[in-house]
Write a protein that binds this ligand. Structure first.
Ligand SMILES: Cc1cc2nc3c(=O)[nH]c(=O)nc-3n(C[C@H](O)[C@H](O)[C@H](O)COP(=O)(O)OP(=O)(O)OC[C@H]3O[C@@H](n4cnc5c(N)ncnc54)[C@H](O)[C@@H]3O)c2cc1C
Length: 315
């Protein structure tokens, strides 16, 4: 049997890479400093992913950090320490390969931006305004270097804004020159199997921030398409504003999904948030049957109390 590989970091990238390599036959351990994998996503969604993926990993070491790695003839010996005081850590272990999936940092300090007068933060980011303009008015910045989330779809939208502002100013086109990055939300997707996708407010954030939300949860065990696909482990969850000011017609604040093709569908929830849709808007939008996307309409109906497709609650 091959020695196992270590995935350093239980975030999206580490788990995506882990999915690939375990599918190709690698045995994997994952080490993560925090108390759960795939931070950022709601725990109930991650729990479903974790159950489906339990066999991929020999060991998931949470609240654990790596402190050293040493090349030996038999492999890479990695030493661990507890991430929290009073915790315990596993004994050193020899790995065939260590895949580092932590510590992506912006390179603002390495590109001599300061020589052009551009201010760089201590952490290497470059601050910009909503037009993507740096402190030097004719220098713009976009992408990972301007801040979180470090995602390609955020970078592209920011780049469009910068290009429009520059073109508008050069052409004397006021409308173009007024372009600004004002997206309400930016979706996140873990391209694992199943996929996990979320956008806007999460249920965990709502709880932590004391925001009252009405939840619509649609289990894919009631989705004809998911059943036909043989992949009905998923759920679709929508969260609506349930504050007294919303008077029972709260707008959608966030949503998440775990399941196959979740990443392909999260854009609809992002659109609903951008357009300020409520549960009736989404539930009364006719989604084609049988599709996985139907689960979004049905989750909205669950929140509204009008869903006829949820299985009866178990007694
Ligand atoms: C393993 C991995 C998986 C990812 N998966 C996803 C995903 O599924 N979805 C997603 O949205 N995002 C993903 N990301 C993040 C995504 O790649 C970044 O958010 C995105 O590439 C940021 O774009 P950017 O233009 O800011 O930076 P980059 O894409 O890094 O582009 C910067 C470019 O500048 C070049 N450069 C750097 N310094 C200099 C210099 N001094 N002079 C000239 N050129 C220079 C670099 O070589 C690079 O080509 C992933 C990242 C990693 C590492």
């Amino acid at each position: 049997m091959l020695p196992p590989w270590l995935i350093l970091g239980g975030g999206i990238i580490g788990l995506e890479m882990g999915t690939v390599y375990s599918t190709l036959g690698a045995r994997l351990d994952v080490v993560e400093m925090l108390d759960g994998l795939m931070q950022g996503a709601d725990r109930d969604l991650v729990k479903i992913w974790q159950k489906m993926n339990a066999k991929r990993f020999d060991n998931i070491m949470l609240k654990t950090k790596t402190v050293s790695a040493r090349a030996l003839p038999e492999g890479i010996e990695v030493t661990f320490a507890p991430a929290e005081e009073g915790g315990t850590a596993p004994a050193p272990q020899v790995y065939d390969l260590v895949l580092q999936a932590v510590g992506r940092t912006p390179n603002g300090k390495k590109i001599a931006a300061d020589k052009a007068g551009v201010a760089v933060t201590d952490r290497g980011f470059i601050n910009v305004d909503i037009q993507m303009r740096t402190n030097v008015p004719h220098i713009f910045a976009i992408g990972d270097i301007v801040g979180q989330p470090m995602l390609a779809h955020k970078a592209v939208h920011e780049a469009h804004v910068a290009a429009e502002v520059i073109a508008g100013e050069l052409q004397g086109n006021k409308e173009l020159a007024a372009a600004a990055f004002n997206a309400r939300v930016i979706p996140s997707v873990a391209y694992t199997d199943p996929e996990v996708a979320w956008v806007g407010l999460t249920e965990d954030q709502a709880k932590a921030q004391g925001i009252k939300v009405k939840k619509g949860l649609f289990p894919w065990t009631a989705s004809g398409r998911a059943i036909a696909n043989g992949r009905d482990e998923g759920v679709t969850k929508l969260l609506f504003d349930d504050s007294p000011e919303a008077h029972g017609h709260g707008k959608i604040l966030g949503g998440g999904m775990v399941g196959t093709h979740a990443g392909d569908m999260i854009g609809e929830i992002a659109l609903a948030i951008e357009m300020g849709a409520d549960a009736v808007d989404i539930g009364k939008t006719i989604h084609p049957h049988p599709t996985l996307g139907e689960s979004i309409g049905m989750a909205a109906e669950v929140a509204h109390g009008s869903c006829t497709d949820v299985p009866p609650a178990r007694k």
